[in-house]
Design a protein around this ligand. Structure first.
Ligand code: BES
Ligand code: ZN
Length: 900
C-alpha cells in the first residue's frame, strides 16, 4: 500500500487505530446559499468550541474544489493557511468559550461531474454528501462524529427553481428582488454533515398525511419532475409501509413533521438517507405497470424502506468514523430484508426473499471476500472510503446482524435494539457498542456468553468453510455429525481464529421424513430444526435413537455466511430437493446437483458435452416444475441454474468460455428435455389478470417468463417458429412491463431472428422513458455471447444517440452489464473485452472516479483466470495503473488488484 502515489504526493492510508476525537465541536451551523449553476455562493456561520478532552491544537477544516473568499472569527478577520485540502486556523481564541467562525466560499455546481457535493441534474440542484462530499460545499469538520444543528437558507431564481428544499422544517419563505425567492429550513435534530441535503428546481410532489400511533401527524412527500407524477404511487405506498413497520416491529416512530423523498436521474448510487430529505436515483422511485418490472417494484419497496430505516439506524445513532460503516449499513440492510419478508403474506414468499438475498451474498460477497479487495466487516484501513461501500460491509454485515438475531431470538433482538437506543440515541458510536447492547440486553444468551469470539465476524475477513461429515452406526443406532471450520488467509490476515457459527440443523430419514433430534447425553428428543452454536475448529454431535442412516439438512435458512462442504450423494440431494421442510435447503439441494453436473462437464477434457445433465436431474426439475403445491416464484429459483460467476468461484482455475459454453449447453438441454413441461408452465402461468406487483403475481410472471425463454431457446435449435412467434405477439400485446420485457428478453437471449425488430419497436415505444431505455441497453449488453457478437454490439451502443457516459445509470446499463454481468461476452481470448474495460475505466475516471472505481473492480478475480485470459487481464489492469493522474479511487483498486 505504501506504493500508492497521487499526482500531489503520497496517498494517505487512513487507519482505524489512529482514530482521535475531534479537536473542536461544531454546535450550530447556519448556511446560506445563493444558488446559481455557474457560481453558487455559500455563507457558512458556525458556532464552535474546543473539545476539552483533547490537547489544544489548530482547527483543520476539510474543503475541496472551493473558492475561498472570506474567513472571520467572532466577526473579525483572522490568519489562516492552506495545507493540502485543509484550511488551518492556528490563532483561535483560547479557553473553552464558544466562538463564531464565518466562512464564505463559492463553488461551480454545473462543472461538478463527480456528483459529489452540490451538482446540477436536468436543471435541478441536488447534493450528495456521504461519505465526504460536504467538504465540496463548504469548509467543515467533515467527519461523522461532529454533530451539529443546522439552519439553512436557500435563495434562487423563483421561475427556474420554484421548489427549495433542505432538511427539517420549513420555517420561512418569501420573495426577493430580481425575481428571486428564498426558503429557510431548520432541522430539529443534530446531525453529522454527511446527512445534509438541499434540492432546488422544478418539481412536483405526491403528498400523503399520516397519523402515527401516538396521534402525531406527519406529511410524506415524493418529489419528481412534472411528467413523472404517475409513477410515484408505489414509492409512496412503500414509504407508508416503512413507517408503519418500523413502529410496529421496533417501536421506532417517525421523528419528523415532514419526510421527503426526491428523485434524480443523475446519481452515483441507489439512494441516500439525508435527514428528512432522502435523495433517490429515479430507478428506485419511479414505477408504474407500463414502465417498471416486478423486480423494479420490489427494489423500490426495499430501497425506500432501507433509507427510511436509516432515520434511526444511521441518523439518530450514527457512526463514530467510517470504519464503523457497517454499524449503519449492515444493520439497515438487515432491517430492509426483514421488512420485505414481513410484508410477505406467505411463508413461502419469505423463503423466496431469503434465497434471493443469499444469492447476492454468494455471487458477489463471497468472491469479494476471496479476492484482492477482501476486508473485514469493520475494515482496519482504507485509502478512499468510497471504495468501502461494499457487499462485505452491506450484505455480510447484514448476515452478522442476522446471526445475532439467531443467537438471541427475535424478541431478544428487539430488546437489544431498545437498549441500543436507550444508551446511544444522538451519539456517534462503534460496531462494538451495538454488539455490546445486543449482548447486555440478553445476558443469558449465547451471544453474551461468546461475545468476544463472536466479534471476530467484524475483525476477520474471508468466508469460513464449514466441512460436514456424518457417520451412522447401526449397532448403537447413533449418528455422529462432525463439523470442521477453516478460513483461508486474506490480505494482511494470514491466520484466522475460529468463528462462532450458528448451524441450524435437521435430519431426514430415508423416506424424507423429519426425525426428532436427540443428543447422546443430553435432553429430550425435539422435532424440527435445532440450532447448534459452533465455537471450535472442529466439533462433533452424536444423535441417538436413529434407525437408519439419515440425511442431514445443514445450515437451514442459511444460518451463517459460510461455504458448506458436504459430500452428499446424488440420491441424498434428490431426497432433500424433494422432501426437506426447509425451503432454503430444498433450493440449495437443486443448486448443488446442477453445480456438480456443471463442474463435471467443465473439468472433462475435450469438447463441451452437449448433454451435461442426467436423467435424474431432469426428472427432478420436472417434478419441481409440475409440483402442485410449490410456489411459482420458488420453482423459478430452483429451475435457474447457478450463475457463471458462482460456478467460477468453485474452481481454482477459471476458463470463462468453457463455463459459459457448459452452462448454455445445460440451459439448452433443460429447454428441450422439459419442452412439454415448459409449454404447460407457460400456459398455466401466463395470465395474471390485473397487474399487481405482489409475490404471487410476481412469481407467476417470473415462471411464465422463464418458460417462454426456454421455449424460444428450444426453437432456436429445432427451427420451429411457433414459440418465437408467440413471444413476439406477447411482446406486442403485454399488459405490463414485466411480461413485455420478459418476452423481449426471451427473443434476444435465444438469438431469434425476430429480436432486432422487437428491440427497435421497444425503443420507439419507450424512447422518452429513460429508465426503460436503460433496460433496453442492458439487455443487449448482457445478452449471451455467440461467437464474440456482444462486444461489437456494445461498441455500437456506445455511439447510439441515447448513450451518455456522464449519466451513471446509462453508463451502468451498457458498460457494467457487459463487463460485470456478462462473463461469456467479456472474457475473450483476443483480450478485446479487457481493452474495452481499461478504456472505459480511464475515460470514466476523468470525470467520475466513484463510478470508475466500481467498474475497475470487474477484473478483481483475474488471478484465477486460465491463460490466455490471466495474462491479458493483468496487462489491462497494469495499463490502467500506469496512468499517472488516476484518482485515488481507481488507484486503490488497481494497486490492490496487482499486489501479490
Ligand atoms: N448511505 C447509502 C448511500 C451511499 C452509498 C452514500 C455510498 C455514499 C456512498 C444508502 O443508505 C445506501 O446504502 N444505498 C444503497 C441502496 C440500499 C438499498 C442498499 C445504494 O445506494 O446502493
Ligand atoms: Zn444504507
Amino acid at each position: 500500500m505504501s506504493l500508492l502515489r497521487e499526482a500531489n504526493g503520497p496517498t494517505t492510508v487512513i487507519r482505524r487505530e489512529d482514530y482521535a476525537a475531534p479537536a473542536y465541536w461544531i454546535d450550530t451551523v447556519e448556511l446560506s446559499f445563493d444558488l446559481d449553476p455557474a457560481k453558487t455562493r455559500v455563507l457558512n456561520k458556525m458556532r464552535l468550541r474546543r473539545n476539552t478532552d483533547v490537547a489544544a491544537q489548530a482547527l483543520r477544516l476539510d474543503g475541496e474544489e472551493l473558492n475561498l473568499a472570506r474567513v472571520l472569527v467572532n466577526g473579525a478577520g483572522c490568519s489562516f493557511k492552506m495545507e493540502g485540502h485543509q484550511l488551518v486556523l492556528e490563532n483561535l481564541p483560547e479557553g473553552d468559550a464558544p466562538f463564531d467562525l464565518e466562512i464564505f466560499t463559492t463553488c461551480e455546481p454545473d462543472k461538478n461531474t463527480q456528483l459529489m457535493g452540490l451538482y446540477v441534474s436536468q436543471g435541478t440542484f441536488f447534493t450528495q454528501c456521504e461519505a465526504e462530499g460536504f467538504r465540496r460545499i463548504t469548509y467543515f469538520l467533515d467527519r461523522p462524529d461532529v454533530m451539529a444543528s443546522y439552519t439553512v437558507t436557500l435563495r434562487a431564481d423563483k421561475k427556474r427553481y420554484p421548489v427549495l428544499l433542505s432538511n427539517g422544517n420549513l420555517v420561512e419563505e418569501g420573495v426577493l428582488p430580481d425575481g428571486r425567492h428564498f426558503a429557510k429550513w431548520v432541522d430539529p435534530h443534530k446531525k453529522p454533515c454527511y446527512l445534509f441535503a438541499l434540492v432546488a428546481g422544478q418539481l412536483v410532489a405526491r403528498e400523503q398525511r399520516i397519523v402515527a400511533r401516538n396521534g402525531n401527524e406527519h406529511l410524506l412527500q415524493v418529489y419528481v419532475r412534472p411528467g413523472d407524477m404517475d409513477k410515484t404511487e408505489h414509492a409512496m405506498n412503500s414509504l407508508i409501509a416503512s413507517v408503519v413497520w418500523d413502529e410496529a416491529r421496533f417501536g421506532l416512530p417517525l421523528d419528523l413533521e415532514r419526510f421527503m423523498i426526491v428523485a434524480t436521474a443523475d446519481f452515483n448510487m441507489g439512494a441516500m438517507e439525508n435527514k428528512g430529505l432522502n435523495i433517490f436515483n429515479t430507478k428506485y422511485v419511479l414505477a408504474n405497470s407500463a414502465t417498471a418490472t416486478d423486480t423494479d417494484f420490489a427494489n423500490i419497496e426495499s430501497v425506500v424502506g432501507h433509507e427510511y430505516f436509516h432515520n434511526w439506524t444511521g441518523n439518530r445513532i450514527t457512526c463514530r468514523d467510517w470504519f464503523q460503516l457497517s454499524l449503519k449499513e449492515g444493520l439497515t440492510v438487515f432491517r430492509d430484508q426483514e421488512f420485505s419478508m414481513d410484508l410477505c403474506a406467505e411463508a413461502s414468499a419469505r423463503a423466496v426473499k431469503r434465497i434471493e438475498d443469499v444469492r447476492v451474498l454468494r455471487t458477489a460477497q463471497f468472491p469479494e471476500d476471496a479476492g484482492p479487495m477482501a476486508h473485514p466487516v469493520r475494515p482496519d484501513s482504507y485509502v478512499e472510503i468510497n471504495n468501502f461501500y461494499t457487499v462485505t460491509i452491506y450484505e455480510k454485515g447484514a448476515e452478522v446482524v442476522r446471526m445475532m438475531q439467531t443467537l438471541v431470538g427475535r424478541a431478544g433482538f428487539a430488546a437489544g435494539m431498545k437498549l441500543y437506543f436507550a444508551r446511544h440515541d444522538g451519539q456517534a458510536v462503534t460496531c462494538d457498542d451495538f454488539a455490546q447492547a445486543m449482548a447486555d440486553a440478553n445476558p443469558q444468551s449465547d451471544l453474551a456468553r461468546l461475545l468476544p469470539q463472536f466479534k471476530r465476524w467484524y475483525s476477520q475477513a474471508g468466508t469460513p468453510h464449514l466441512h460436514a461429515e456424518g457417520v451412522f452406526d447401526a449397532a448403537t443406532r447413533s449418528y455422529t455429525l462432525t463439523l470442521t471450520q477453516r478460513c483461508d488467509p486474506s490480505p494482511a490476515q494470514p491466520a484466522k481464529q475460529p468463528f462462532v457459527i450458528p448451524v441450524a440443523l435437521g435430519l431426514l430419514d430415508a423416506n424424507g421424513t423429519e426425525l426428532p433430534l436427540q443428543l447422546a447425553h443430553w435432553g429430550q428428543p425435539e422435532a424440527g430444526t435445532r440450532t447448534f452454536v459452533l465455537t471450535e475448529a472442529s466439533e462433533s454431535f452424536t444423535f441417538v435413537n436413529v434407525d437408519s442412516e439419515p440425511v442431514p439438512s445443514i445450515l437451514r435458512g442459511f444460518s451463517a455466511p459460510v461455504v458448506l462442504e458436504v459430500d452428499y450423494t446424488d440420491a441424498q440431494l434428490l431426497g432433500l430437493l424433494a422432501f426437506d421442510t426447509d425451503a432454503f435447503n430444498r433450493w440449495e439441494a437443486g443448486q448443488r446437483l446442477a453445480l456438480r453436473l456443471a463442474l463435471n462437464a467443465i473439468r472433462t477434457q475435450g469438447p463441451v458435452p452437449n448433454a451435461p445433465l442426467d436423467a435424474a436431474y431432469l426428472a427432478a426439475m420436472r417434478a419441481v416444475l409440475r409440483h402442485p403445491a410449490l410456489d411459482a416464484a420458488f420453482k423459478e429459483l430452483v429451475l435457474t441454474l447457478p450463475s457463471e460467476s458462482y460456478i467460477a468461484e468453485q474452481l481454482d482455475v477459471v476458463d470463462p468460455q468453457r463455463i459459459h459454453a457448459v452452462r448454455e449447453a445445460m440451459r439448452e438441454q433443460l429447454a428441450h428435455g422439459l419442452h412439454d413441461d415448459w409449454v404447460w408452465a407457460y400456459e398455466a402461468h401466463k395470465d395474471n389478470g390485473a397487474y399487481s406487483p405482489d409475490p404471487l403475481g410476481t412469481g407467476r410472471r417470473a415462471l411464465a417468463g422463464m418458460a417462454l425463454t426456454m421455449l424460444c431457446l428450444a426453437a432456436r435449435s429445432n427451427g420451429n417458429p411457433v414459440w418465437p412467434g408467440k413471444a413476439y405477439q406477447r411482446f406486442k400485446d403485454a399488459g405490463n412491463m414485466t411480461d413485455r420485457f420478459n418476452a423481449l428478453s426471451a427473443l434476444v437471449v435465444s438469438g431469434q431472428p425476430l429480436a432486432p425488430d422487437a428491440l427497435n419497436r421497444f425503443h420507439s415505444m419507450f424512447r422518452s422513458e429513460a429508465l426503460v431505455i436503460d433496460k433496453w441497453f442492458a439487455l443487449q449488453a448482457g445478452a449471451p455471447d455467440r461467437s464474440g457478437n456482444v462486444l461489437p454490439a456494445v461498441r455500437q451502443l456506445l455511439v447510439h444517440p441515447d448513450f451518455n457516459l456522464r449519466n451513471p445509470n446509462r453508463a451502468r446499463s451498457v458498460i457494467f452489464s457487459y463487463c460485470s454481468a456478462n462473463p461469456g461476452g467479456f472474457h475473450r481470448a483476443d483480450a478485446a473485452g479487457y481493452v474495452f474495460w481499461s478504456e472505459r475505466v480511464i475515460e470514466l475516471d476523468g470525470f467520475n472516479p466513484q463510478v470508475a472505481a466500481r467498474l475497475a473492480r470487474a477484473l478483481d478475480r483475474w488471478k484465477k483466470l486460465a491463460e490466455p485470459y490471466r495474462s491479458a487481464a493483468r496487462e489491462a489492469i497494469a495499463r490502467v495503473a500506469a496512468k499517472p493522474d488516476l484518482s485515488n479511487d481507481v488507484r486503490e483498486v488497481v494497486t490492490r488488484s496487482l499486489a501479490d
